[in-house]
Design a protein around this ligand. Structure first.
Ligand code: NAD
Length: 290
């Protein structure tokens, strides 16, 4: 296929490389200078999308997606797939999809989980909103860039699934970290705590797969000085999107709001910027109740 890839950063770069390695023709555009083997760099987004059967975007936020979409939609070929893999607000995803559909394109919102490691290894999970027809056209590309693509319903539902999942993740990571810090103060050994919780009703991905305590459980960023992994700043971004969506939909999300407030303090006022989101554990360790 002829593919255009816009936004060749930490995630987009390796995703584009995997498409090239699988035998596709890939043209790429990024506002920063990026050189990737096999990806033909263009001078503008509109140049990249000329004649492309699929256009993939992997951009920082909804405002940038909206402005790139306004530029490229008129330049895209009718019937082409517009596959946005960025994590953005549900409203931006739905607005862009509507414009794309009006121009005769097949839009999909398909945010990912799996991080930079998953993008490089081609093992991302895609959460997809859009029509069955668009989904069928993009399926071979999901197979190359990822290991799983879940069709979540119409446009915007991929973003909805992503922010609901990450709201649970933020909340369970905080709960796991505060429970470890409490266990320490109660004189409970961390290994014993892990052995009990990971096989009991308090278990979660945060405990079992991404344990925030160094030296306990499978290897995780805690074992690497809390170098991300999944940066606390990215968790904050996703939690803010969850609260923006909750506000718009009039949904009561007290735990999501508390998690957003804590990660905001951690990233903006404390030492959380540049650290993994599981570094909440050393944060709680240092604190008392006051
Ligand atoms: P990044 O900042 O590394 O990459 C974004 C790229 O977009 C940059 O190279 C930037 O120069 C480029 N860009 C910005 N404005 C542009 C424009 N107008 N036209 C063309 N290019 C433009 O970010 P990333 O880590 O690759 O994340 C991309 C998206 O994936 C984000 O929405 C993020 O929330 C999401 N995401 C990231 C991770 C992760 O672990 N990094 C995990 C899941 C989802």
């Amino acid at each position: 296929m002829n593919i255009a890839f816009i936004g060749l950063g930490n995630m987009g770069g390796p995703m584009a490389t995997n498409l090239y390695r699988a035998g596709h023709q890939v043209k790429g555009y990024d506002t920063a200078t990026v050189a990737l083997q096999g990806v033909d760099s263009t001078h503008s987004a509109t140049e990249a999308v000329q004649g492309a059967e699929v256009v993939i975007t992997m951009l920082p936020n909804g405002n940038i997606l909206r402005s790139v979409a306004a530029e490229i939609i008129p330049a895209m070929s009718r019937g082409a797939v517009f596959l946005d893999c960025s994590t953005v607000d549900v409203d931006s995803a739905r607005a862009v999809a509507q414009q794309a559909e009006a121009a005769g394109l097949l839009p999909l919102d398909a945010p990912v989980s799996g991080g930079i490691g998953g993008a490089t290894a081609g093992t991302l999970t895609f959460m997809v909103g859009g029509t069955d027809a668009a989904m069928a056209r993009a399926a071979p590309l999901f197979d190359i860039m990822g290991q799983k693509a879940v069709h979540c319903g119409p446009s915007g539902n991929g973003q909805a699934a992503k922010i609901c999942n990450n709201m649970i993740l933020g909340v369970t990571m905080i709960a796991t970290c505060e429970a470890f810090a409490l266990a320490d103060k109660l004189g409970l050994d961390r290994q014993a705590m892990f052995d009990v919780v990971s096989t009991s009703s308090g278990s979660s991905w945060s405990m079992n797969t991404y344990c925030p305590a160094p030296g306990i459980g499978p290897n995780s960023p805690a074992d690497n000085g809390y170098t991300p992994g999944f940066a606390a700043a990215l968790m904050l971004k996703d939690l803010r999107l969850s609260q923006q969506a909750a506000e718009a939909a009039d949904a009561d999300t007290p735990m999501g709001r508390a998690a957003t407030d804590l990660y905001r303090r951690f990233v903006e006022d404390e030492d959380g910027a540049g650290r993994d989101f599981s570094a909440m554990l050393p944060r709680f360790e240092k604190r008392g109740r006051g």
